[in-house]
Structures are given as structure tokens and as C-alpha cells.
Design a protein around this ligand. Structure first.
Ligand SMILES: Cc1cc2nc3c(=O)[nH]c(=O)nc-3n(C[C@H](O)[C@H](O)[C@H](O)COP(=O)(O)OP(=O)(O)OC[C@H]3O[C@@H](n4cnc5c(N)ncnc54)[C@H](O)[C@@H]3O)c2cc1C
Length: 302
């Protein structure tokens, strides 16, 4: 029986594992080292690691763990069920781990819009977040693919870094409240449906509209839908929330879910996503789990 199993070895999971190692907790981390931004050449806005390659950042995290004698179990979790003492974590390999507490850190998968060209350009010239990417491309011709009211705000904020066109893609939502912002910030608005994103390989050069018109754009920002990387969690009785195609697990401020002893961290608990928040969540949940274990009179503690 383990004290804690960390499910996922991205930024959130490794951060939790580091705190658990330092707290002398008997734990295990499971995952496949595939952080969500693995496609990108660089991660931005991470203090002390600004511009680091995502795979190298994760490697450094694993090295930090190994200095405490901890390793990552190369496997995936297929199912988690509750047991009398905590949880049973079933792995794809067929193995099972019994644990008192579990920290879910499995991340999310982006659900991209069905527009030709989007998949090969995602992470390169079609991007999720101005705060992660806009500084490096300042002055380029940028677009925002609108999906809801937040996309109008994204267009306004993004214009800090250069000229912006908001593509409404034939969706019927109100932009009239932002007319003055558009005028003051020279934001163009295109209402027609998009036919495809054009350009060689991962490069974006033009947005082709169904009307036949083509607009030169170098980078497009879009708010993807997301789905959790483990889809068999509903039987646990977790409380989930879905807004605009994004789902998150609801937690308290110590990152405990509505299931006692089960914590959730990183992208799976948020609608806005960022490495620093994921790392911070890992610290929060690991400390909460350690303190809860210390207060558990049924467990012989150090
Ligand atoms: C294209 C792109 C670029 C980005 N660039 C930046 C940036 O520059 N700066 C920034 O701050 N943020 C950036 N982000 C956001 C950032 O990637 C996420 O916020 C961050 O990865 C979330 O960390 P996480 O630990 O929650 O999940 P992830 O990093 O996605 O890690 C999840 C881990 O869980 C593992 N896993 C998945 N399923 C299972 C399972 N069933 N069992 C066990 N393990 C499992 C995976 O192997 C993976 O290692 C970017 C996002 C995207 C999409």
C-alpha cells in the first residue's frame, strides 16, 4: 500500500512528486512524459526556465526527483476505483497500485476545430495563448478564431503585440459591445466562414474564406475545447464543470476534489492553462496530502 500515487508526470505531477519526496512520503508517479506543449520548441513565461524546451524542462524535473531516489513509472492509468483504505489505481500494463491518496495530474487533450490545415499548424503557427507566445511574434499579422465572447477579449488583449483580425467564422455572437475597442485598436473583424488555413507545412500564410477571399495571417490564436486525458473518472463521483467545450474537475483551495483523499492539479482543474499554475497546484496538493496523512491516526507515520 502506497501513501500517494501521482497520476501524470507533466509539470503539475512532477512538482507534486518533488514536494512528496521532500516530505518523506511513500509515493509513486505514473506517466509517459508527454506534457501538453510537447509540440512547441520553447516554453515561455516560466521563471528561471523562460524559453526552455518542454521535453528538457520535464527531463530536469525527473532529474530533480532522481536526486531523492524517486523515478517515474512508465505506464498509463486506465482506471481508478475507491477501496476501503483509499484507491485502487489500475494501469494499462495490467498492474494495480493500492494507495491511501491519489493526485490526478493527467492533463488534457486539445479538441481542435474542424478546419482544414489546423492540425499540422497547431503549436507552431496556430497557438493557444497570447501570454505564452505573442511576445516572440510581436508585429506579425495575427488572427483570433472566435468561439465565444472571450475570443473578442482575446483579440483586444492580443492587439498589444501587433495588428489583429478577429475571425467570427460565421458564428452568431454579439461583438457590438466591443466596437469602440476595435476602432481604437484597429482590430479588423471578418464575419465569413473559414474554408482552410493555408501555408507550407507548419507555417500559416493565409486564411481562406468560403467567399473565396484570402487574408494574409502569420499566426492564429484559438481557444480549443479540451477533454481530460482519463475518461473513466465519472464513476468516482467527482464534480465536474463544463463551459464552452472545456471541462474541469472542481476542487477546494487545497486542490482536494469532492472525493475525500483524491486531489486534482494542473490543466484538469482550470479553464486557463499555464505551466506555472500547474507547478503551483502540485505544491499545494502535495502539502495538503502530506498534512492529511500526518493527521490520519490509522496510519503509522514517521
Ligand atoms: C501548444 C501549446 C503551447 C504552450 N506553451 C506554453 C508556454 O509557453 N508556457 C506556459 O506556461 N504554458 C504553455 N502551455 C500550457 C501548458 O502546456 C500546460 O498548462 C501544462 O502542460 C499543464 O501541465 P499539466 O501537468 O497539468 O499537464 P501536462 O503537461 O499535459 O502533463 C500531463 C502528463 O500526464 C500524463 N498522462 C496522460 N494521461 C495519463 C494517464 N492515463 N495515466 C498517467 N499519466 C497520464 C502525460 O504523459 C503527461 O506527461 C502551452 C500549451 C499548448 C497546447
Amino acid at each position: 500500500m502506497r501513501d500517494v500515487v501521482v497520476i501524470g508526470d507533466g509539470y503539475a505531477g512532477l512538482s507534486a512528486a518533488l514536494q512528496l519526496a521532500r516530505s518523506l512520503v511513500d509515493f509513486e508517479v505514473v506517466g509517459r512524459s508527454t506534457p501538453r506543449n510537447i509540440l512547441s520548441a520553447r516554453s515561455h513565461g516560466v521563471l528561471g526556465q523562460d524559453g526552455a524546451n518542454p521535453a528538457q524542462l520535464i527531463e530536469r524535473g525527473v532529474e530533480n526527483l532522481s536526486s531523492y531516489g524517486a523515478t517515474v513509472r512508465d505506464d498509463l492509468v486506465s482506471e481508478i476505483t475507491t477501496s476501503a483504505d483509499g484507491f485502487i489505481v489500475n494501469l494499462l500494463s495490467g498492474a494495480s497500485i493500492l494507495t491511501r491518496k491519489a493526485i490526478l495530474a493527467c492533463g488534457v487533450t486539445d479538441v481542435l476545430p474542424q478546419i482544414m490545415g489546423v492540425e499540422e499548424k497547431w503549436g507552431y503557427s496556430i497557438l493557444p495563448c497570447p501570454y505564452c507566445h505573442a511576445y516572440e511574434i510581436a508585429g506579425a499579422r495575427m488572427g483570433v478564431l472566435a468561439s465565444d465572447r472571450n475570443s473578442v477579449l482575446t483579440a483586444i488583449f492580443l492587439s498589444t503585440w501587433g495588428p489583429v483580425t478577429l475571425f467570427c467564422n460565421d458564428e452568431d455572437f454579439d461583438t457590438s459591445w466591443a466596437t469602440n475597442h476595435f476602432r481604437l485598436r484597429s482590430i479588423e473583424v471578418e464575419y465569413s466562414k473559414i474554408a482552410s488555413f493555408q501555408g507550407e507545412g507548419s507555417l500559416l500564410e493565409n486564411v481562406l474564406l468560403h467567399t473565396g477571399r484570402s487574408i494574409q495571417i502569420d499566426y492564429m490564436f484559438l481557444n480549443t475545447g479540451t477533454k481530460l486525458n482519463i475518461n473513466s473518472l465519472s464513476c468516482l463521483g467527482l464534480t465536474m464543470e463544463t463551459v464552452s467545450g472545456k471541462t474541469r474537475i472542481v476542487t477546494d483551495d487545497r486542490r482536494q476534489t469532492t472525493v475525500e483523499g483524491l486531489y486534482a492539479i494542473g490543466d484538469i482543474v482550470r479553464f486557463g492553462h499555464n505551466i506555472t499554475w500547474a507547478i503551483a497546484d502540485g505544491v499545494t496538493a502535495a502539502i495538503a496530502a502530506h498534512q492529511s496523512l500526518c493527521l490520519d491516526l490509522t496510519r503509522v507515520s514517521r
